[in-house]
Structures are given as C-alpha cells and as structure tokens.
Ligand binder design. Structure first.
Ligand code: PEP
Ligand code: MN
Length: 364
C-alpha cells in the first residue's frame, strides 16, 4: 500500500481530538498486530505509533527491534487501515521509515535537545512530503523547541505538530517528567497554528495518574494525545508501568470531558466576550494597584536610606507573608500561587527600593 495521501493527512491534521496510540515499542509482529487490532476496535485512534529504535537511558536495556519492525508495522497498517508513526533520530532512520511507507514521523525528546541531530533530520527530509511531530526537549527550554520547529519548517515540511511530554527534573515530583503546564501553554501560544498534542504516558510514568493528566491536558486546550497502549502492559519490554491496555484507554476516554476550544455559536461568543471583558478590567486594576504599591515601596526605600536601614527586613516580610497566606482559603487562592505571587512582588519591591538607594547614592 502507498503512504497515506497528502489530502487525507491534511484532513487527519484537523481532527479533534487527535489521538495517537500504540505500544512504546514494537516487540514482536504478533504483539504489534494484536495491540493494533484492539486499538482499532475502540474507534478512537487516528494514528498507530510504535517505537522501532528506542533511546534508552542506560545501555543493556531493550533498544528496539530495529528496521524489521518497520515491515511488521507496514503489514499491520495494511491490515487495520490505521496510518502509522515512528520516532526517528537520524537520517538513516528517516530513509528506512520512508521505505516502509510510515505516514508521520516524530522526533523524540532526546533528539529535539540536539540541534545537530535535528538539522540532520531536516536535511534528510528536504523535498519529502511527510508530517512531523516534535516532542519537547527534555530540558525546559522553549527556544530549543522552537528552534527544532524552525529547522523542520525550513526543510519545507508543512504539517508540523508539537508533543508535550514533560521535562526532566531532579528530585521527586510525582511525575516521571514534570509537566510544567505553564511552559506547554506558553509554547502553544507561541505556535497557535501548529497541532498541539500531549503525551500523558511519558509525563506520568505510571498508569494511575493518567486519567487526571488527560483531563488536565484537554482542559488546557490540547488538540489531542499520544498515549502508549500494549496488549499486556506489565509484560512490555519498555515503559511497562505507564502503558494501558486498549480497553483501559477506552474506559478512560468514556469519562473524559472533551472540551471544545472554541465554538461558532454567537450566543457562546457573547457570553464569553462579556466575561473576557470583565477579566481584562480586573487585570487592568491589578496592574494599577501593583504600580501604586511599588511607588510606596520606593518611599520606604528613601526612608531606609536616610536612616541607614537594610533593604531586606526578614521579620517584616515573614509577618506580611503569614498574614496573606492565612487568608488564602477565604480568597479562594492556593497557597502555592500566593507564595509565588508574594515572592515575585517582594523581588520587584526590592528592585524598586534598590534603584532609589542607587539614585540617592549617585547624588550624594
Ligand atoms: C516514546 O515516545 O516512546 C519516547 C521515547 O518518548 P520521549 O522522546 O518523550 O522520551
Ligand atoms: Mn515509551
């Protein structure tokens, strides 16, 4: 069978929610086929994924079956009618994947991080008409992620998508890869025209928190998901703890509230426009108040200078923070938010006081 036609890929790219699923790794032809047929029967899957070459943290672990898995994938795609996607990390892998009519390529997190590798992929893709999905780099660097988009777009690839799969952090966060949702939102806003998917499997690293993570992604406006499924997850040769059975995926999907990002109904727009105007108004007031607050801080800076008092008054700041945090419940704001908000105000306040001191010092 020939690769999926470019018209059907264009249509596929518009599908919401856009769902990619399949095993972390192709292990055997039978495992791939059975998993694919079970996924097909959920009627939810747009693209079948399977890792063929696996970038593993440590040597000696299962590193994928290699090119022979592409022949299985092609065969299973023909049998199920599902188009396919694989991860590619170098030019040779691109060449092999194209030979086996893979419909979409994806660039993994460990590759996005390396501009040499991304450029090698871009050069291999020049003149090829195939969609490419780009996972975030493992480190939380949006410029690096955008750089990868620019390299791939520069090679003439028209259909590009982003996959948010969380970021490596040191220490325990409860996630395998910290989602840092605010970065995902920022990236989505930077590239509003690109398909934006979430990979809850690699964010979570464990099955039990996948449902709430999917809901969070959808609530934040994700266009869809890349999610790992295996016919027998506990026996998987890679990422066993995070894979679901296709039936579990179906059960989770039945409970998800699939939100619409936007609606064409005029009633919806009128209601939302009024609320947005209200928000804009509040934002304006908050900013005006913050500005007035900083003017007061500057007066304090002046007083501190005249009386040789240090800018940082720890006891005063602790008392202020305690007073505000005690009100968090009454205000309906989380203590995490208030703590970060106060810290940011404090830093800005110190900057203003310091600039007052510097000015006075210059004058004297
Ligand atoms: C994968 O999707 O199996 C994979 C290796 O993911 P990531 O690049 O996000 O680590
Ligand atoms: Mn995996």
């Amino acid at each position: 069978m020939s690769a999926t036609s470019s018209e059907s890929l264009q249509i596929l790219w518009q599908k919401r929610p856009f769902i990619i699923s399949g095993p972390c790794s192709a292990e055997t032809e039978d495992q791939l086929r059975e998993t694919a047929f079970q996924l097909k029967s959920t009627n939810r899957i747009d693209l079948l994924r399977a890792g063929i070459w696996k970038p593993r943290t440590k040597p000696g672990l299962f590193e994928g079956v290699g090119a022979k898995g592409l022949a299985w994938l092609e065969q299973v795609s023909n049998e199920t009618g599902l188009p396919t996607t694989v991860e590619v990390a170098n030019a040779k892998q691109v060449e092999e994947a194209l030979k086996h009519n893979v419909s979409v390529l994806w660039i993994g997190a460990r590759t996005t991080v390396n501009p040499f590798s991304v450029q090698e992929l871009a050069d291999a893709l020049r003149g090829v008409k195939i969609p490419v999905l780009i996972k975030n780099p493992i480190n939380p660097d949006l410029d690096l992620w955008t750089g990868a988009v620019e390299r791939i777009a520069g090679a003439g690839i028209e259909l590009i998508g982003l996959i948010h799969r969380g970021f490596s952090t040191f220490g325990e966060t409860g996630y395998r890869n910290n989602p840092l949702w605010q970065l995902a939102i920022e990236m989505h806003l930077r590239h509003p025209d690109l398909l934006f998917l979430t990979d809850p499997s690699h964010i979570c690293g464990r099955r039990d928190i996948i449902p709430e993570t999917i809901q969070r992604a959808i609530d934040l406006g994700s266009d869809g998901l890349m999610i790992e499924c295996h016919r027998d997850p506990d026996q998987a040769w890679s990422d066993a703890a995070q894979q679901l059975t296709p039936l579990q995926l179906q059960q989770i999907f039945e409970k998800v509230i699939w939100r619409k990002v936007d609606s064409s109904s005029s009633q919806y727009h009128t209601a939302l426009d009024a609320l947005r105007r209200e928000i804009n108004q509040y934002d304006e007031e908050v900013l005006q108040i913050l500005s007035r607050r900083m003017r007061v801080a500057e007066k304090i800076g002046q007083y501190k200078k005249e009386h040789q008092i240090t800018i940082l008054q720890t006891a005063r700041w602790q008392e202020l923070s305690r007073r505000v945090l005690e009100k968090s419940e009454q205000l309906g704001l989380t203590t995490t938010f208030l703590t970060q908000f106060l810290a940011a105000i404090h830093m800005e306040s110190i900057t203003h006081q310091k600039s007052v001191l510097d000015q006075l010092q210059k004058k004297s």
